[in-house]
Design a protein around this ligand. Structure first.
Ligand code: 5CU
Length: 355
């Protein structure tokens, strides 16, 4: 249960990241992406695919305290009206590590996340991470996570064991997630269609590549029958469902008329989307209206994506200023009826994430 003073009106943020100190230590020791490097007196974070090939001192982005400082996270929450955050390790989690290392470090990061949340006076809960390249060990770790009192499920990327979320090798993970009622937060990292974004910095990779990646991964998971085999699986889909709320009808139509492949699904693809959960990170009321029209407002929970998308103005004090990106997300929610706003900002997360 949340402390009574946190229950009322303030928001609950289910999409907010941190690089835990042990994770940063690992990134600093690496000599290929993902890594943290010191250049021209500044730490820079290189996580996205291809950043090692960028021959520029400006590759990646400035790596400030906002990426790893828990005190800063709490101050950000206070400044932006957030009572409780469900914290997740930021991408690329343990996806890039060899399986044995991923297994060992997942345990370390999950224990660290539990400790950080336990010490937060009720302000933080967390998602764990899974070594998906070792599916049997990942299922075991998921079962162990349910013994960590402040964790509420796991965050995963779209690569799975290396072949996507539609890979049958992941069935032990889905089975344990469904059995234990663990929320699985599906988040992009790799981008899709990246060759088309050359020369646009991070802008189109994040604006288009991220949501395309999520959309394709979730669509393939549905078409592979994962939700027919594991009907109790709880999935939280990042960034307001990517493009799926807009394309759901087209997805149903194209799958329904396909002649070369018989998907033998029990329902139309959009019916499975209606069983999933979504954050509210759409930056635009019409995007949220499309999501609500598809799944109802009861399945949508507020998110900020902090500490990504900091203000551009380098003279601002990030610890005290208002960040435009969460403000844009609040503004999009303000375009909805009052009762839906309250549900998305607070009540849905309390119910769905058992806070
Ligand atoms: O700006 C970015 O690169 C990112 C990222 O890597 N992960 C995320 O969740 N949001 C933005």
């Amino acid at each position: 249960m949340l402390p009574a003073d946190l229950v009322s009106k303030a928001s609950i943020d289910v999409h907010t990241h941190i690089y835990l100190p042990t994770y940063v230590e690992m990134l600093r020791k690496r000599d290929s992406v993902p890594r943290v490097v010191d250049r021209n007196g500044q730490s820079r974070l290189l996580i996205l695919p291809g950043k090692d090939e960028e021959d520029s001192p400006d590759a990646g982005r400035p790596f400030g305290r906002e990426y790893f400082d828990i005190g800063g996270k709490i101050r950000f929450m206070d400044n932006h009206g957030i009572a409780v955050s469900v914290l997740s390790l930021a991408n690329p989690w343990v996806d890039f590590l060899p399986p044995a290392e991923a297994v060992a470090l997942s345990r370390v990061f999950n224990d660290d996340m539990e400790a950080v949340c336990a010490a937060s006076g009720g302000r933080l809960r967390g998602f764990g991470v899974l070594p998906l390249k070792a599916p049997a060990a990942a299922a075991e770790e998921l079962a162990r996570i349910s013994t960590l009192r402040h964790l509420r499920g796991v965050i995963i990327g779209t690569s799975g064991a290396g072949n996507g979320l539609h890979d049958p090798a992941l069935d032990p993970v889905w089975a344990e997630a469904a059995r234990g009622g663990h929320m699985v937060f599906v988040h992009p990292h790799y981008g899709l269609g990246n060759a088309a974004y050359e020369g646009t910095g991070h802008a189109l990779f994040l604006a288009l590549g991220f949501p395309f990646e999520t959309s394709a991964a979730i669509a393939r998971l549905i078409l592979a029958g994962v939700l027919d085999r594991h009907s109790k699986l709880k999935l939280l889909v990042a960034h307001a469902g990517g493009t799926l709320p807009y394309l759901a009808g087209r997805l149903d139509s194209c799958v329904g008329t396909e002649r070369q492949v018989d998907f033998t699904l029990k329902a139309a693809p959009s019916e499975y989307l209606k069983r999933m959960y979504f954050d509210s990170i759409g930056y635009h009321t019409p995007a949220l209206l499309a999501l609500i029209a598809l799944v109802g407002h009861e399945r949508i929970m507020f998110g900020t994506d902090h500490p990504f998308f900091p203000p551009r103005d380098a003279t601002l004090d990030l610890a005290t200023c208002l960040w435009p990106s969460p403000q844009e997300n609040y503004a999009a929610i303000e375009g909805l009826p009052a009762e839906q706003q309250q549900a998305i900002l607070n009540a849905n997360a309390r119910r769905i994430m058992v806070l």
